[in-house]
Design a protein around this ligand. Structure first.
Ligand code: FMN
Length: 217
């Protein structure tokens, strides 16, 4: 599978959350998904336990059901008092950016079932009631691999978005996909498709200076 000519820094700074620019009409070869997952397996895990699993969903009926779950979750999310669309009410510039993110997220919700590949990264274990140390160990053993997968996908002309909204109904998704819910936690749902165009740019971020705490907070 051809890999784009991107420097490591370009790859790291231009892997965006893609929604409207996912080309849902173009099929994705199973082999390219396998390649990206092989790369993801090079990520670290706590104690090298490698308790990860990746459920790849291409079956149209199952994607439709996941899309329905996602939309039900989005209906809840949209109405939460803390939801992104209501954030930054006192900062018109940031409020406008958040509104664009929400519009884009609404678009993805409406089209989720059309995205040709859904990847659900999972980790052995449940988090309920665990101390922070163990929670950090478990999340930290699946999230780096998930991001590696998304970077590897971008390098091959594929786009994706990290999503978590289907987790409002994690158990229903587990039943749909025969994931052993009592033993395994789903971390995300990553819709994947080839992109419309290949040029993406770094995003505006709050300045490092406001986030950096050197030798103490
Ligand atoms: C933990 C996490 C959960 C997210 N959940 C969702 C989601 O459920 N739906 C969605 O459309 N985007 C989701 N996003 C994507 C963010 O909205 C996105 O990263 C943000 O808009 C910034 O865009 P950028 O990644 O292109 O800079 C999530 C991102 C992260 C890291």
């Amino acid at each position: 599978m051809p890999v784009l000519d991107l420097s490591p820094d370009e790859l790291l700074t231009t892997t965006r959350s893609l929604r409207r620019r996912l080309d849902c009409s173009r099929p994705v070869e199973p082999e390219v998904i396998r390649q990206c997952l092989e790369i993801a397996l090079q990520a670290p895990t706590g104690g090298n336990r490698q308790g990860w699993h990746f459920v790849v969903v291409t079956n149209a009926e199952k994607r439709r059901s996941l899309g329905d779950l996602y939309r039900r979750g989005f209906d809840i999310y949209r109405n939460l008092p803390s939801t992104a669309g209501k954030l930054f009410a006192n900062d018109p510039h940031r409020a406008a950016i958040q509104q664009r993110v929400m519009d884009s997220a609404e678009y993805l919700a409406a089209h989720m079932h059309e995205v040709p590949v859904h990847v659900i990264p999972c980790i052995n274990g449940r988090f309920e009631g665990l101390p922070i140390m163990q929670q950090a160990g478990l999340w930290g053993s699946i999230l780096p691999a998930t991001w590696s997968f998304m970077l590897a996908a971008r390098a091959r002309g594929l786009g994706s978005t990290w999503t978590t909204i289907h987790l409002f109904f994690e158990q229903e998704a587990a039943e749909l996909l025969a994931i052993p819910y009592t033993e395994v936690t789903q971390a995300a749902l990553i819709p994947v498709a080839y992109t419309k165009g290949l040029n993406f740019t770094p995003a505006a971020r709050e300045p490092l200076q406001s986030k950096l705490h050197w030798d103490g907070w």
